[in-house]
Design a protein around this ligand. Structure first.
Ligand code: PLP
Length: 422
């Protein structure tokens, strides 16, 4: 019954400092967000104590009557959010969801075809050190060298060349919408299953701001914690029950033992919030914020300093800054932005002429700040701060003051006195 601060003051101090960091900086890592207080409460709950191997109504442990309620709510809500007949909310993370998907629809040694990692794909789509690259014969399609967009003619050529068992659509660093109908047609032509990983843009799909992959894909995986603003974790949905048995057994017992019931309860809470009008408004502010950022970073003073934006803009929650002709590289940009209180991550651009540790890109996302309450006006200010920071000789102290004015104006978790105490 003793509080964390007396049981483990070192961890309490780390949590306190992290809360301070989140409050006092602008979080613009495209894969991050802030969960609602209600999600934090579900996740930090007694459900962490419960073993519940199996599925609701079919558990291998007693005492599951209440965690079954939580998991069934998560299942019903996520199915309704994405118009899916099948769902599995047990994956601990996006990576384990993806491992289960591949286990369900491919056999080790089979060919898979996904977006090249260096062009914005994800590790679990076939990177050679990842399980996906080790267990499967991973092949890739890239973006067009001129437009930096996925070219469906190239995807088709690669699919005809490699004849994959699984065609993968989805990305970690790409700023445009994918054409799921075209992916479906190619998958059908080569007899592949179509798997869409919507981890990044799930929040946009849930609110109708991005086409839904669900009607087209055989299976759709996702994380809950990016634009969807849920707890750090994964889930799987599918339009029908065709793969239900295979997917369920690939998750448990295939990949995992006991599900994290506290995280599943938090997913249920996040899915409930994602169906509310506030969430749609937030996703709209997210996309507009990214567009405002792209416009500012392609204004004449920015382009004169060698700053550009891949594809010239964005349809989603992120902007890919192109610094190939800038004096600074992505690591410099990450460091300068860190010094003014803006958190981003450096990123390779496709066909990057610079080395991996000092690549030519920066990935900047707007989801977390939209959750914090930012609208057009605030995003215009953020965009101006970023543009000036990336141009020669920025006044770091002045920019830091502008960042603090924004963070002070939009307090994060007001009422949270120390981590866990409201
Ligand atoms: N899929 C995509 C497209 C991602 O961008 C990510 C995370 O970056 C993942 C899967 C993996 O999610 P996790 O970090 O929860 O394993």
């Amino acid at each position: 019954t003793d509080p964390l601060s007396s049981v483990d003051p070192e961890i309490a101090a780390a949590l306190e400092s992290e809360l301070g960091r989140q409050r006092g900086t602008l979080e613009m890592i495209a894969s991050e967000n802030f969960v609602a207080r209600a999600v934090l409460e579900s996740q930090g709950s007694v459900l962490t104590n419960k073993y519940a191997e199996g599925y609701p109504g079919r558990r291998y442990y007693g005492g599951c009557e209440f965690v079954d309620i939580a998991e069934n709510l998560a299942l019903e809500r996520v199915k309704s959010l994405f118009g899916a007949e099948y769902a599995n909310v047990q994956p601990h993370s996006g990576a384990t969801a993806n491992a289960a998907v591949l286990a369900a629809i491919a056999t080790p040694g089979d060919t898979i075809l996904g977006l090249e990692l260096a062009h914005g794909g994800h590790l679990t789509h076939g990177m050679k050190l990842n399980f996906s690259g080790k267990l499967y014969n991973a092949t890739a399609y890239g973006v067009d060298p001129e437009t930096f967009r996925v070219d469906m003619d190239v995807v088709r050529e690669k699919a005809l060349e490699h004849r994959p068992t699984v065609l993968i659509a989805g990305w970690s660093a790409y700023s445009r919408q994918l054409d799921f109908a075209a992916f479906r047609a190619i998958a059908d032509e080569v007899g592949a299953k179509l798997w869409v990983d919507m981890a990044h843009f799930a929040g946009l799909v849930a609110t109708g701001l991005h086409p839904s992959p669900v009607p087209y894909a055989d299976v759709v995986s996702s994380t809950a914690h990016k634009t969807l603003a849920g707890p750090r974790s994964g889930f799987i949905v599918a339009r029908d029950m065709a793969l239900a048995k295979k997917l369920n057994s690939a998750v448990f017992p295939g990949q995992q033992g006991g599900p994290l019931m506290h995280v599943i309860a938090a997913k249920a809470t996040a899915f409930k919030l994602a169906a509310e009008p506030e969430f749609k408004d937030r996703q709209e502010r997210t996309v507009r914020g990214a567009q405002i950022l792209a416009e500012r970073l392609t204004a004449p003073d920015a382009t004169a300093a060698g700053i550009d934006v891949l594809t010239g803009g964005t349809d989603v929650h992120l902007v890919l800054v192109d610094l190939r002709t800038s004096a600074i590289h992505g690591q410099d940009a990450e460091d300068i932005l860190h010094s003014v209180g803006i958190t981003v991550n450096r990123n390779a651009v496709p066909f990057d002429p610079r080395p991996a540790m000092t690549p030519s890109g920066v990935r900047i996302g707007t989801a977390a700040l939209a959750t914090r309450g930012f609208g057009d006006e605030e995003f215009a200010e953020v965009a101006d701060i970023i543009a000036i920071a990336l141009m020669p000789n920025p006044d770091v102290a002045a920019l830091r003051a502008r960042v603090l004015a924004l963070t002070d104006g939009y307090p994060l978790y007001p009422g949270l006195t120390s981590p866990g105490t409201w």
